[in-house]
Design a protein around this ligand. Structure first.
Ligand SMILES: *Cc1c(COP(=O)(O)O)cnc(C)c1O
Length: 392
């Protein structure tokens, strides 16, 4: 018997092709000759060499997200936080100042408060719904402004157009984390962002089975710096995760539309219930930033809503325990509805006074609406509210 070689010398011949992207877990890619490798590294030919530097599953996924955001050259990262880290640490240096929105995602806030100062990058947080407050917080050394368009969990709408104008006038990079809003509500590049990023983990992949991010830059020079930082620090994703996310992304449009319809219904329903003291949904008439929600989100309210019940922690416990079937879990954008209680999770590090200042009380919940039958979902919320009323 002839000794077999370890590695395959090619795939079986086929004149047809698969309709689903194959999973390509190969870490290394073989080239024909050193000259061929030169041509590839010099950009005269296209090819892969080593998976940390890029692989087909990441590129297929990146191009699909690029199409949603209306850009080119986006890079998939191993998590949403990897994308945030790449944007901030890949594009800033010691001595720079970074201004962030004061209600950023919890770990982004931690990066701003703990890690960047340790590395010599100073940071300030300000209210992105108030462009004058943002302007007042700028310094001569401000290199970057980082915002999210809709804040978590209070669903306030940033003045993205005012902030973009400010950044443009001062030559400051505007970075927008578009996870919460998604390109269906806002396309930040069209509104003046220099860098846009996502936690793909959330709505885009949508099934809570992968942790991934994506980051893109308007400018080629910035893109190259992002790419090199990501490859050097090893923020690159696994092919299988990219493949799963691509599968999830195929139904993103449908999932988003359906979840948004149900979220609107649920917001309307909750606002009429005894014991519910507040309902926050961007397109409602009583939303504090309603005019901006129309201008920026163009009527796309999304799948997220928040509400407050009377009765403090005891009521919150009763609600969560009785609303069985809704995962009480601090994530968002899943096919299933999830309920989160910021006072005991994302905002637990804040003092009660600091929570009160942004309206996050013990009775405050955030809901990420999923794809359940709307009637059944409303019944579940009603069961939770009935349990709260039974406490009295
Ligand atoms: C979840 C989230 C992140 C972090 O993403 P991971 O994929 O969990 O690392 C960043 N920004 C926002 C707005 C998020 O919701």
């Amino acid at each position: 018997m002839k000794p077999t070689l370890i590695r395959p010398q090619g795939l079986p011949a086929s004149i047809s092709r698969p309709v689903v992207t194959p999973i390509m877990p190969s870490v290394v890619y073989a080239s024909d000759t050193p000259d061929a490798l030169d041509a590839q590294y010099e950009g005269r030919t296209q090819g892969y060499t080593y998976a940390r530097e890029g692989h087909p599953n990441a590129d297929v996924l990146a191009q699909r997200i690029d199409a949603l955001e209306g850009c080119e050259g986006g890079i998939v990262t191993g998590s949403g936080m990897a994308a945030v880290t790449a944007a901030v640490m890949g594009l800033c240096q010691a001595g720079d100042h970074v201004l962030g929105g004061d209600q950023l995602y919890g770990r982004s806030l931690r990066l701003m408060k703990e890690d960047l100062p340790r590395l010599g990058i100073t940071t300030t947080l300000a209210d992105p719904t108030d462009v004058a407050a943002m302007e007042a917080a700028l310094r001569d050394t401000t290199r970057m402004v980082l915002i999210e368009v809709v804040s978590n969990p209070t669903l306030r709408i940033a003045d993205i157009d005012g902030i973009a104008a400010l950044c443009k006038a001062r030559g400051i990079l505007l970075v927008v984390d578009n996870t919460f809003t998604t390109p269906h509500a806002v396309q930040p590049f069209a509104r003046g962002a220099d860098v846009v990023l996502h936690s793909v983990t959330k709505l885009l992949a949508g099934h809570s089975d992968v942790t991934l991010g994506w980051v893109a830059a308007r400018d080629d020079g910035l893109r190259k710096r992002l790419y090199d930082f990501i490859v050097t620090t090893g923020l690159t994703p696994s092919p299988f995760d990219c493949w799963l996310a691509e599968r999830g992304l195929v139904s993103f449009d449908l999932r988003f539309d359906r979840a948004q319809q149900t979220a609107q219904m649920l917001a309307t329903h909750l606002s009429g219930q005894p014991g519910v003291t507040r309902v926050l949904y961007p397109t409602r008439d009583d939303h504090p930033d309603r005019a901006r929600a129309q201008a920026v989100l163009q009527g796309v309210g999304g799948n997220m809503l928040s509400f407050e019940i009377d009765g403090g922690r005891a009521a919150a416990n009763a609600f969560a325990a009785a609303a069985t079937g809704i995962a009480f879990a601090p994530t968002l954008g899943d096919v299933g509805t999830t309920l989160s209680h910021p006072a005991s999770s994302s905002h637990r590090a804040l003092t009660p006074e600091a929570r009160a200042a942004i309206g996050v009380s013990e009775g405050f919940f955030r809901v990420s609406v999923g794809l359940e039958d709307p009637g059944a979902l409303i019944d579940t919320f009603d069961a939770g509210l009935a349990a709260v009323r039974a406490l009295k």
